[in-house]
Design a binder for this molecule. Structure first.
Ligand code: HEM
Ligand SMILES: *[C@@H]1O[C@H](CO)[C@@H](O)[C@H](O)[C@H]1NC(C)=O
Ligand SMILES: *[C@@H]1O[C@H](CO)[C@@H](O)[C@H](O)[C@H]1NC(C)=O
Length: 488
């Protein structure tokens, strides 16, 4: 009965509401919000009535990163935004290095990842380092640093990496080259780093790089778990939380994928080493966080790098010259010292990451009301988004040639690496939460780049649409199709 009444009311409204009324109402709201915008002093993209910034995001969904870069440049580095009304989403977007330093270091305590982020990732990452704040994070960070900066870890990670490159990656490359077929280089690199990080974190090789490129259930579950977690960032809590409770839709799939990940982690941990620092549950959380942090970041960095140097042959030539100079021909592979000496290669990777940072966007949440160094006011609970992608393309940070790929930017005194200013170059984050895998990542990227480039020249398949995928990691949306030719 009630249902019927509701329906007939709706019908009445539809019948009597003319399109022009709706347009009029929206126009008034629009003007009101323009007025509000004029009254606040920071410029930024249009904040629509009711929907806030959402319509702009939808219109620009295909070039969101570049649109954002333009909007930030126009606004002088920082702007406020509002999400859908009553959705509780508001905050700022910034690329100003002075603000970044303040948030990531000077007043670090006021800007944790925050509950907004943590509650969405909790099912997958639990309290792992990547999803922790405060004391818990501090302790995990201490242990992570101790582990990763030990000589034992560097030796172990070099050796597992070398074996994986020599025995699996190069074998696969040889097969691809001799078949003359084109293949998706991004897919192969993702498999490589997945196997490599599992080897480093768990001591097992999932085998996804095997010559027939098999589908590995654990790898697939991990990918799905990340993807379904991200959906929670797009839906309001009153939608995804009940779905989670009821176990329906993507939440059902998420639960299943998370279970596979955790069962795998527990099983392998039983078989392998137990940590002296952690209980089993903590150790599992620790490892899952490591995989999410170190799995795709280096592979997407490499795929943009390989694409960039194909379009900049003069850079590729210099890299090759350097590899040939550094390499000891009596050995069959690069040793850690040789990798260290590849300064130009490192500069080229750094430069490629400036334009295509693996983590394009980051978020923090203000604990208390605060004012940023540039005068921007923040309310408690506000979200601070900083676009690492846009930072790499700001003329105010890099100068007129900010859009050009120039490894020389990172070289000084002939052949020394120029120091990175963390707050301008926030590719590996900055301050106390600087990426702990940075050294590992450079070693891995240099080893893969050098060993592929030394033996093969990469030919891009023509007519590809090279664009980033809109997610938390900067994948190439359509992959990168290439052919390999042996170098003579
Ligand atoms: C090109 C490669 C990489 C890039 C660009 C990169 C970038 C980053 C960024 C931006 C963060 C901050 C994330 C946040 O706070 O939300 C981070 C944190 C982290 N990274 Fe990396 N990363 C890379 C490779 C790696 C690798 C290979 C590992 C592991 C072996 C790793 C382990 C971590 C960990 C554990 C954290 C968390 C640190 C903390 O919260 O205290 N990363 N990385
Ligand atoms: C090259 O490697 C060989 C074998 O490991 C070693 O004996 C030799 O000293 C190395 N040469 C240089 C220049 O490092
Ligand atoms: C790569 O090239 C070097 C010499 O250029 C050669 O010694 C080595 O066997 C090659 N490796 C592979 C896997 O083709």
């Amino acid at each position: 009965m009630e249902m019927k009444t509701a329906v007939s009311i709706l019908e009445w409204v539809y019948a009597h509401l003319r399109f022009s009324d709706v347009v009029l109402a929206l126009s008034v709201l629009f003007l009101l919000s323009c007025l509000r915008e004029k009254l606040s002093n920071k410029a930024g993209p249009m904040s629509w009535p009711v929907l806030g910034i959402l319509p702009s995001l939808i219109v620009h969904r295909n070039d969101l990163f570049d649109w954002c870069t333009g909007a930030l440049a126009k606004a002088g580095g920082t702007f406020h935004y509002r999400g859908v009304w009553f959705g509780g989403s508001y905050g700022i977007m910034t690329v100003d290095p002075v603000n970044i330093e303040y948030i990531l270091k000077t007043n670090f305590k006021n800007y944790p990842k925050g509950e907004f982020y943590r509650e969405r990732f909790r099912d997958l990452l639990e309290d792992g380092i990547f999803n922790a704040d405060d004391e818990l994070w501090k302790e995990e960070r201490r242990v992570a640093k101790m582990e990763m900066h030990s000589a034992r870890f560097s030796d172990h990670s070099y050796a597992t990496m070398r074996d994986l490159v020599k025995e699996e990656l190069l074998t696969l490359m040889e097969k691809m080259a001799s078949s003359g077929k084109s293949f998706d280089l991004q897919d192969v690199l993702l498999r490589f780093t997945f196997d490599n990080i599992c080897g480093a974190a768990f001591g097992v090789d999932p085998g996804s790089l095997a010559i027939d490129l098999p589908e590995i259930p654990f790898a697939k579950a991990f990918e799905e778990a990340t993807e379904y977690t991200l959906i929670r960032f797009l839906l309001p809590p009153f939608v995804w939380k009940p779905m989670r409770f009821l176990g329906i839709g993507h939440e059902k799939k998420l639960r299943k994928a998370v279970r596979i990940v955790h069962v795998f982690a527990d099983k392998t941990l039983e078989r392998f080493f137990r940590s002296q620092y952690f209980s089993d549950k903590y150790f599992r959380e620790f490892c899952t966080s490591f995989i999410i942090a170190g799995r795709d970041t280096t592979s997407v960095a490499l795929v943009w790098f390989f694409w960039l140097i194909q379009t900049h042959p003069e850079v590729e030539k210099k890299i090759l010259t350097e590899i040939r100079q550094v390499r000891n021909k009596t050995r069959d592979f690069f040793d850690p010292q040789e990798l260290k000496e590849m300064v130009y290669l490192q500069a080229a990777l750094t430069e490629s990451l400036r334009l295509y940072p693996s983590v394009p966007m980051e978020m923090k949440q203000a604990q208390e009301d605060d004012v940023l160094p540039d005068g921007t006011k923040l309310k408690k609970g506000a979200r601070i988004h900083y676009s690492i992608y846009s930072m790499g393309r700001m003329e105010s940070i890099w100068g007129k040639d900010c859009g050009e790929f120039k490894p020389e930017r990172w070289i000084e005194d002939g052949n020394k690496l120029r120091m990175q200013n963390q707050f301008k170059y926030a590719v590996f984050n900055a301050g106390p939460r600087l990426c702990v895998g940075k050294k590992f990542a450079y070693m891995q990227m240099k080893m893969v780049a050098a060993s592929i480039l030394m033996n093969y020249s990469i030919k891009l398949v023509h007519g590809q649409d090279i664009v980033p995928k809109l997610t938390t990691t900067l994948y190439m949306k359509n992959g990168l199709m290439v052919k390999l030719e042996p170098r003579v």
